[in-house]
Write a protein that binds this ligand. Structure first.
Ligand code: CA
Length: 229
């Protein structure tokens, strides 16, 4: 059974969410603080954590960072919950590896859609277990691993999705807008310059192997595979 850990200090909201997730067939646990959440996640790793970023003890982003630092088999999917207007939190959440986010106040229907979509994506990745490769870069979708000339490269979840998206669409120009919507899952909320910043970091991590990620001036990016074996 799919287990979801709800990290929320507002008791009423936690109760409502728990009730509805159970109704939808999920097993749930509730942790009212960041410390309790980490303890539970380590004792018995959930499939997904619904993480409120405004917690009474720890910064939600720290909890997120720690959850995502768990080894692959124990690392849960994380949907962060932010308050309206706290775009900085949302951006930080996604950069730290959150799989998606919902903004308070949210509808139960929206929450369920997000949770199910994230879980589905995880299962697809596992089942596909596909290897994507271009030049010296090898990306394993199942293991969430990237290697350059056989050497592992540590990427954030977001950098991983960005690289994966490029590898899946060789020789096709990806505009910043398309990358924002497909990689970040949002439209027009974050400036398109964000894409450039992340491409820069990704290139730094990939080193010379990143030559195949070409900048298409004024438009976006393209994975060039011509001339590769
Ligand atoms: Ca809260």
């Amino acid at each position: 059974m799919t287990r979801i850990l709800i990290v929320e200090d507002e008791q009423d909201l936690a109760g409502l969410v728990e009730y509805n997730l159970r109704l939808a067939g999920f097993e749930t646990e509730h942790a009212p603080t960041g410390a309790a959440a980490l303890a539970r996640a380590r004792a018995n790793p959930p499939d997904l954590v619904l993480l409120d970023l405004m917690l009474p003890d720890l910064a939600g982003t720290d909890v997120l960072r720690m959850l995502k630092a768990e080894p692959p088999g124990r690392r849960p999917a994380v949907v962060v919950v932010t308050a309206k207007g706290q775009e900085a939190d949302r951006v930080a959440g996604l950069e730290l590896g959150a799989d998606d986010y919902v903004v308070k106040p949210f509808s139960v229907r929206e929450l369920l859609l997000r949770v199910k979509a994230v879980l589905r994506r995880g299962i697809e990745d596992e089942e596909a277990g596909g290897l994507l490769t271009a030049g010296d870069i090898l990306l394993d979708t199942g293991k969430h691993e990237v290697r350059v000339k056989g050497e592992p490269v540590v990427l954030t979840a977001l950098e991983f999705r960005l690289l994966r998206t490029l590898l899946e669409r060789p020789e096709r120009v990806q505009t910043r807008e398309v990358l924002l919507s497909d990689v970040w899952g949002i439209q027009a909320e974050i400036h398109t310059r964000t894409v450039d910043t992340h491409i820069k970091r990704l290139r730094e991590k990939l080193g010379p192997a990143s030559d195949i990620i070409e900048t298409v001036r004024g438009v976006g990016y393209k994975l060039a595979v011509r001339g590769q074996d």
